[in-house]
Design a protein. Structure first.
Lengths: 302, 346, 500
């Protein structure tokens, strides 16, 4: 009963909204890329790299905004490299993703040891200044005062508008659905794929930055598969920003529940909750829960 | 045809060279001398029986797992799920070995291996049947299954089977432990290399034979090259897809033998240490040829242990970066050679 | 005024002259039909005009100005629009999105849907296209999809419209509707180029007709002088029945007139095959006998490939009764690269994969089998064991024929066995087919080459729209072969759907 009460509490609800942020940023990242026809399974790697470089540069400059700036620059450069492999060289996108995941996870493990002489943690750093006034709202202050959380909420609407109401979105989607048709009408398909991959790198990086800022440190393994859960959320959300929002809320709920159970019921096997996102995704793919279909030319080099 | 083989070999060598070059630059950036580091690595690893033994030990599961993955890749099945497949298989393998510990080795060992194989193959059945029935790409299903399987193994292990306050099973009977190489050759003293390496080599050679010399192997490669033509050539493509996926996934389970029967005597959470992903790189580097996989696994084993050998100079984690660089350079150089070969033809 | 003028257009692919010195012009505000068999060069010529292909030589004028389009986009800008045979539509998009893509009307915050809809709806009304702009393309009929393609052209102000066999995918009612729309276009001052091989359509709508055969312009006629019979003749050409078998022992192959009931190998009774709502085969009744070559002819896409897949067991979704007295059927498919072989394997490997028995392929066995094929079928390879990709087309085909004959099945299907193969190789293949008949095999020969069919077949079935419209057999067929011109004329008319 105590547990039930905790779930219904405002604090729990606020926790869900906070945990939602990295999932949604990661899932939107994957979505922009896949809508342009490029499968990027290296969301995890991008989040890792951004979380680490954000921590590193925040410490170096003593300013989290400088840290964010450089982490985003690095994220965009890495996604440019990913675009070089997948769009220009047309290598298999999955294998490239496996390679990038290994590269970014490996590089941050390596650099932590090299720079911080620790096998697991960077040193701690000052986090973002919260937004004045908004941060002082009772109960939800640590949501309403957080730039990145607010951005991720806005992204639900911005993302939906860009994808479905603008020329840019129409052309980007044509690249992911039927690039030959787009090209026959004069759409520069590869350029839009590049845009998709770059936006992906930007958003995934922002997700990683938030996770590190939330902990005031980067520790090895802190992304903990969120990049893959983000892909799962995108699939369950049928590649639509609004549906992805609900999928991410569901996964954030699972995570908050898991944290709660670890405290209130230490014997509860949380592995079952951990595997739920992936398990549900498989059910959705098989068609047990709703029907879902990726962009028609997703993953095919053009 | 000969030219194609030569070009392929050259492209692999170029990829390795590019990786070494990039690694050298990385080492230079850190302010160390790459030549010193490489010399140190070579002399530490290859200069002693212990170093060689450890390289063999690290290469063993990669050979096995790489062969399984290559088998799927030959049929154009992108099995990214080896990590989950091999953990499920190895876990059950250790459980059966525990139960059968009292039986003679000739019964208990094959029975445990078979049990592991069957479980991994069943895990491989799931993406295969989903692909055939629902047309869903095996890539996403295998990625998702990795997490599901590992969480399940984790659950059963910790809830029911683990030794208290550890994340491992109990130790299997000593009678089931494989002999160490050092039992035969003194110079391997101290290394964990064991008879699994012989098994791995035999497996790779056997599957080299299956893939390149038998009708079954030809059918599988035909399926991978051209599914439509395969149908017209009388191949039952759906059945073969399931068979290849299950066999390839099943093979990965044997990677657990090296750790369980050859080293620790138990299944431990995280024992696989991403072998299932590293083996993808191993298979790619070898162009899915099992004999080549022996070589590329030895290279990766060398890098893995070599990292430890130079850890005083440079963090051993650099080898993770090197492994990633191997994948990225092999896929890009493959594409560039493909373009070159196509140009030559016209 | 001339909307388009071709002057001495030549386009080659390797040694093949797809367009050979073609010159003619298309009047503005007219419907100009271009006729010809498959491979006559119609589509190639249109792709040259549209900028998809680069011509080898010659000049093109549009509205009496010389043009040199580098890509279809240039052509579109000059007011030319192409309706492809295979639609270029995005299934997941609405009709509206498909049409405006690449030329969107935008406002400050994004696409201006109100204005887009207003403009498109006025086009829809004007030409009576009857489309709902918000429908998803994946949900609409093929006819509506085609109208969506038309709307794309209209939205981009195309004045010269190229239609590449537009009615092939339509039901009869949709065809009627489509012609109405085309007439509206003409009334509105547009120029229409219609590629087709359906004579009845030409008769209904053409202002002028040009016939291509084997890459050349062979005939042009205006509406007032239109004679359908003459057109049919021009399309198929003045074929002389040549003796294709050149073996010394056979002067001319004997055709059998009668077959015994007991010799039936395969029997199809009332077979109907429907795919995605389209009837591909309708009420087929056909027997194949021992020692018989049964020819099947028809314009491509009239059910041949479905018939082959059905008989060879690759497609089992038919209704009706199909009984066979043979265990296995071997098949030489029509497209050797896509269906006929694994091009990454050698001749020996392709053969052994198909042969029963032998599960291990030793080097010696592979070499032995390959040399058997090379010797018996005179296949030229760069070196023994080379992959089939490196063989010439004729040698690839001979190797495939060799493989399928060596399987020693009682029924062999040959689909386009000599397509794209030089004369020497094709007469060699004909000889082998004939030998198999003499060995008592039942042979189904599907071909677009009437020459080949008449020379080899004992009976000849004509397919049109998935139906067997006639089986030429017995004395009628045998004596008809004596006067081949007349017979070919008859067959040609049946193939394009004319009643005799």
């Amino acid at each position: 009963m105590d547990l039930f009460g905790s779930i219904l509490s405002v604090a729990f609800f606020a926790q869900v909204l906070r945990l939602f942020t990295p999932y949604y940023l990661g899932a939107s990242a994957a979505n922009f890329s896949e809508r342009s026809g490029v499968v990027n399974i290296a969301i995890e790697g991008f989040m890792i790299s951004a979380a680490f470089s954000f921590a590193l540069f925040s410490i170096v400059f003593g300013n989290p905004f400088a840290g964010m700036f450089f982490a985003l620059i690095i994220g965009i450069l890495l996604s440019l490299l990913f675009a070089l492999f997948t769009i220009k060289l047309k290598v298999n996108q999955i294998i490239a993703g496996v390679g990038f995941n290994l590269l970014m996870a490996g590089a941050s493990k390596f650099l932590i040891v090299l720079i911080f002489k620790s096998s697991s943690n960077t040193s701690r750093f000052e986090s973002f200044y919260q937004i004045p006034l908004l941060k002082d709202i009772p109960v939800i202050g640590n949501i309403s005062g957080d730039y990145i959380i607010l951005f991720s909420f806005a992204l639900v609407f911005i993302g939906n508008h860009i994808l479905f109401k603008t020329r840019f979105g129409l052309r980007l989607r044509s690249a992911g659905e039927n690039p030959a048709a787009g090209e026959s009408l004069g759409v520069n398909v590869r350029l839009y794929k590049l845009y998709g991959v770059l936006i992906c790198g930007f958003l995934a990086s922002l997700g990683g930055i938030w996770l590190a800022s939330n902990q005031n440190t980067y520790s090895d393994g802190m992304i903990a598969g969120r990049g893959f859960i983000a892909i799962a959320a995108m699939i369950i959300g049928k590649w639509k920003p609004v549906n992805i929002f609900f999928a991410c809320i569901m996964f954030a709920f699972f995570e908050a529940l898991e944290i709660l159970l670890q405290v209130s019921m230490p014997d509860f096997p949380t592995q079952i909750i951990q595997m739920l996102p992936y398990f549900i995704t498989i059910l959705v793919l098989i068609g047990f829960i709703g029907k879902t279909k990726p962009p028609a030319a997703d993953g095919i080099s053009y | 045809m000969n030219k194609r083989i030569i070009v392929n070999i050259v492209s692999v060598l170029v990829s390795i060279f590019v990786t070494f070059l990039l690694t050298s630059i990385l080492i230079l950036l850190i302010g160390k001398n790459p030549i010193d580091i490489f010399v140190m690595m070579f002399s530490e690893v290859l200069g002693s029986g212990y170093g060689i033994g450890q390289t063999l030990f690290k290469a063993t599961p990669l050979i096995i797992c790489g062969t399984g993955i290559a088998f799927c890749f030959h049929a154009s099945l992108f099995n990214i799920g080896a990590e989950g497949q091999l953990n499920a298989g190895a876990f059950v393998m250790s459980l059966v070995a525990l139960k059968l510990g009292a039986l003679p080795l000739v019964i208990a060992l094959p029975a445990s291996l078979l049990a592991g194989f069957i479980i991994s193959a069943l895990v491989g059945y799931v993406p295969a049947i989903i692909k055939i029935k629902k047309g869903v790409s095996e890539v996403i299903t295998t990625i998702m299954l990795n997490f599901v399987i590992i969480a399940l193994v984790n659950y059963f292990l910790i809830e029911f089977l683990a030794v208290k306050s550890t994340v491992r099973t109990e130790k299997i009977s000593d009678s089931l432990m494989l002999p160490q190489l050092s039992d035969y050759f003194n110079s391997f003293q101290g290394s964990s290399a064991n008879l699994s390496i012989i098994f791995a080599l035999a497996l790779a050679v056997f599957f080299y034979f299956v893939i390149y010399k038998t009708k079954l192997g030809y059918k599988i490669r035909a399926l991978g090259y051209n599914e439509t033509a395969s149908k017209y050539l009388g191949i039952r493509t759906n059945a073969l897809t399931i068979f290849s996926f299950m066999l390839g996934a099943g093979l990965t389970s044997f990677a657990g033998m090296n750790f369980i029967m050859g080293y620790k005597g138990y299944y431990e959470l995280g024992f696989s240490n991403n072998i299932g992903f590293t083996a993808i790189a191993v298979a790619l580097l070898a162009k899915n040829n099992p004999l080549g996989i022996i070589l590329s696994s030895l290279l990766f084993g060398f890098l893995d242990f070599g990292g430890l050998a130079v850890n005083t100079e440079i963090p051993k984690e650099i080898m993770l970066v090197v492994q990633a660089l191997v994948i990225l350079s092999i896929i890009s150089i493959n594409k560039l050679t493909e373009k070159y070969l196509n140009k030559q033809k016209i | 005024m001339k909307a388009v003028e071709f002057k001495n257009i030549t386009k080659t692919f390797g040694n093949f002259r797809a367009n050979d010195d073609i010159s003619f012009s298309i009047e503005k505000n007219s419907i100009h039909c271009i006729l010809g068999e498959n491979g006559a060069g119609k589509s190639t010529l249109m792709k040259v005009l549209f900028g998809s292909y680069k011509k080898d030589s010659g000049e093109i004028y549009v509205n009496e100005n010389p043009v040199n389009f580098k890509s279809p986009l240039d052509a579109i800008k000059s007011g030319i629009g192409m309706l492809y045979q295979h639609f270029m539509l995005i299934e997941d998009f609405t009709i509206l999105e498909n049409v405006i893509l690449g030329s969107e009307i935008t406002a400050k915050t994004g696409i201006n849907y109100t204005e887009s809809k207003r403009r498109l709806n006025s086009l829809i009304d004007k030409y009576k296209l009857d489309l709902n702009l918000d429908d998803k393309v994946s949900d609409i009929s093929i006819g509506a999809a085609q109208k969506t393609e038309l709307l794309k052209l209209l939205y981009r102000d195309s004045e010269i419209l190229i239609f590449d066999e537009p009615t092939a995918v339509l039901s009869p009612i949709e065809v009627e509707n489509f012609f109405k729309i085309i007439r509206n276009f003409k009334e509105d001052g547009k120029t229409i180029i219609l590629i087709t091989h359906k004579l009845n359509e030409v008769k209904e709508i053409a202002d002028e007709v040009s016939v291509l055969r084997k890459g050349k312009l062979v005939y042009s006629v205006k509406r007032e002088n239109l004679d359908i019979k003459e057109l049919g003749k021009q399309i198929i050409g003045d074929l002389e029945l040549s003796i294709v078998i050149s073996d010394d022992n056979l002067q001319a192959p004997e055709a059998k007139a009668e077959f015994e009931e007991i010799d039936v190998l395969l029997s199809l009774q009332n077979i109907t095959l429907t795919e995605n709502g389209l009837t591909k085969l309708f009420n087929i009744n056909l027997d194949l006998h021992k020692g018989e070559i049964l020819g099947v002819c028809g314009v491509e896409g009239n059910g041949q490939s479905e018939l082959i897949e059905l008989i060879s067991g690759l497609n089992k979704n038919y209704t009706g009764l199909y009984s066979k007295n043979v265990r296995k059927i071997s098949l030489v498919p029509d497209d050797r690269l896509k269906k006929g072989m694994i091009k990454e394997f050698s001749i020996g490997e392709n053969l052994l994969m198909r042969l029963p028995g032998k599960n291990v392929f030793s080097k010696r066995l592979l070499k032995e089998k390959e040399q058997e094929v090379i010797a018996e079928y005179d296949v030229r390879v760069p070196e023994v064991g080379d992959i089939m990709e490196n063989l010439s087309g004729g040698n690839q085909q001979k190797a495939i024929v060799a493989r399928e004959i060596k399987l020693n099945c009682d029924v062999i299907i040959f689909s386009q066995p000599t397509r794209g193969v030089d004369i020497k190789a094709s007469s060699f293949i004909h000889q082998k087919i004939y030998n198999e008949k003499m060995n008592g095999k039942g042979i189904l020969l599907v071909s677009a080459d009437l020459d080949e069919l008449l020379a080899l077949s004992d009976r000849l079935a004509v397919l049109f729209k998935g139906k067997i419209v006639k089986i030429f057999a017995g004395d009628e067929f045998l004596s008809g072969k004596q006067n081949s011109k007349e017979l070919i004329g008859k067959i040609g008319q049946l193939m394009i759907g004319m009643e005799l």
